[in-house]
Structures are given as structure tokens and as C-alpha cells.
Design a protein around this ligand. Structure first.
Ligand SMILES: Cc1ncc(COP(=O)(O)O)c(C=O)c1O
Length: 218
């Protein structure tokens, strides 16, 4: 059994004191612009401690080419542009600090939302350190809350509105015949609130005031 970790929402996150991306055979990190460690365009990287896997990834990312014009595998173009690499190396220096700021914002949100009826904040576990790429709450009143917050000038999003088994891309394989009630329900209830290191304290307070106001007054 091979384990491939998708760490794209979790740069710097930990489980039992160990960073994600170090458990599996391979860890995959997207560094798209919005990610905790984001480049100025598309970028990403993989982690592995298996030299064979590492050299295969090396080949795959550049059309299976070992040396110029010698293709050993059918690969693809997934080179990390050097300019993006420079951006990422610089941004890496402040990742821990930025993650800590995200955790602080999440702490304030969770403290304020824990007693609300009808809204479920993301759980925190003592042996896990989330880096809150998203701060995702759940509520059966998602559409109403989303509309209300947007009208107050608060940017919210849905990550993600449709579960994988219902995506068109998987219908040929017949995944649509499965009924996955938990995934389907979660997709209909999740809402992402603003969270990023530059979010100011008064902006966090504003979000808290509007969200708590919604559940208290309506
Ligand atoms: C969880 C997760 N996995 C994988 C990806 C794909 O990353 P990329 O578009 O950089 O290949 C993303 C991108 O948003 C993601 O959020």
C-alpha cells in the first residue's frame, strides 16, 4: 500500500509533532497563488525520502527526459520556473510566522463561534496543528449566511460545493451511482470565512460581529 499525501492546504501543518509531507511515500504541495506558501503563478513540489521515487518524479516533470533529447518516459511539463522558485524560497522564510497569524485568527473565530446555535466551527485537536489555509464553518443555513455576509462586504467562499463522485469528470467511471450522504451533506453546509495573515484585528472583529449577529438576531 502506497500513501500519497496531498498537502496543498497544509504547508507547515503537523500531526503529533511531525510535519505533513513526511508520513507518506510522497507528499504533494501545490504552491498556487492563494496557498499558504504561494508563488506568483502556478508552482508546486513533492517530498519523498525514496531516491527511486525522487528520480522518477524528476523525469516525469520534464517530459521523461533524462538528458537533452533522450526521453525515458512519457512525462509532462511540470517544471518549476526559476522565478517562482525564487519567490517561494523568500516566502518560505515567513511561512511559520504567517501560519501562526492564521492560527491566531482561527482561535478568535472559534472562541466567538463555539456557543452559537446552528454554526459548527472547525474542530481543534490537541495532537494536530492546523495551519488554516481555510477557516471552514458548517451550517445548514449556508445560502442565507453567505448572502448576508456578502451584503456586509465580507468575502466568503465555498470549498467545495460538489463532492468528487458527482463531478462530471468521474461519471464515465460510474462514480455517480454511489450515494455518499456525509460528503454530500458537508458540501451543502460548508462556508469559508476570510483568513489570511494580513487580515487586521478590526477586520476579524467585524467578521465575528456579523456572524454572531446573524445567528443571534435571525
Ligand atoms: C487540495 C489540493 N490539491 C491539489 C491541488 C492542485 O494543485 P495545482 O493546481 O497546483 O496542481 C489543489 C489546488 O488548488 C488543492 O487545493
Amino acid at each position: 500500500l502506497k500513501l500519497i499525501e496531498d498537502c496543498s492546504h497544509a504547508h507547515g501543518a503537523e500531526y503529533k509533532g511531525r510535519k505533513v509531507g513526511t508520513f507518506g511515500d510522497v507528499g504533494c504541495f501545490s504552491c498556487g497563488v492563494v496557498k499558504n506558501l504561494g508563488a506568483f503563478g502556478d508552482a508546486g513540489f513533492c517530498t519523498t525520502d525514496d531516491p527511486e521515487v525522487a528520480s522518477r518524479i524528476d523525469l516525469l516533470r520534464v517530459h521523461g527526459q533524462k538528458v537533452k533529447n533522450q526521453h525515458l518516459l512519457y512525462g509532462f511539463n511540470s517544471r518549476l520556473d526559476e522565478l517562482q522558485a525564487v519567490v517561494l524560497r523568500i516566502r518560505l522564510r515567513t511561512l511559520e510566522e504567517e501560519n501562526e497569524r492564521r492560527r491566531e485568527i482561527a482561535r478568535r473565530y472559534t472562541e466567538a463561534f463555539s456557543a452559537l446555535d446552528g454554526l459548527l466551527p472547525p474542530p481543534e485537536f490537541p495532537d494536530r496543528k492546523s495551519v488554516y489555509h481555510r477557516y471552514v464553518v458548517r451550517t445548514p443555513r449556508r445560502s442565507e449566511l453567505m448572502e448576508f455576509l456578502r451584503a456586509q462586504g465580507i468575502g466568503v467562499g465555498i470549498q467545495y460545493p460538489q463532492p468528487l463522485h458527482l463531478q462530471d469528470a468521474w461519471q464515465k467511471e460510474g462514480f455517480g451511482r454511489y450515494h455518499l450522504p456525509v460528503s454530500e451533506r458537508v458540501c451543502s453546509e460548508v462556508l469559508s470565512l476570510p483568513i489570511y495573515p494580513e487580515l487586521r484585528e478590526e477586520e476579524v472583529s467585524y467578521v465575528i460581529e456579523k456572524v454572531t449577529g446573524f445567528f443571534r438576531d435571525r
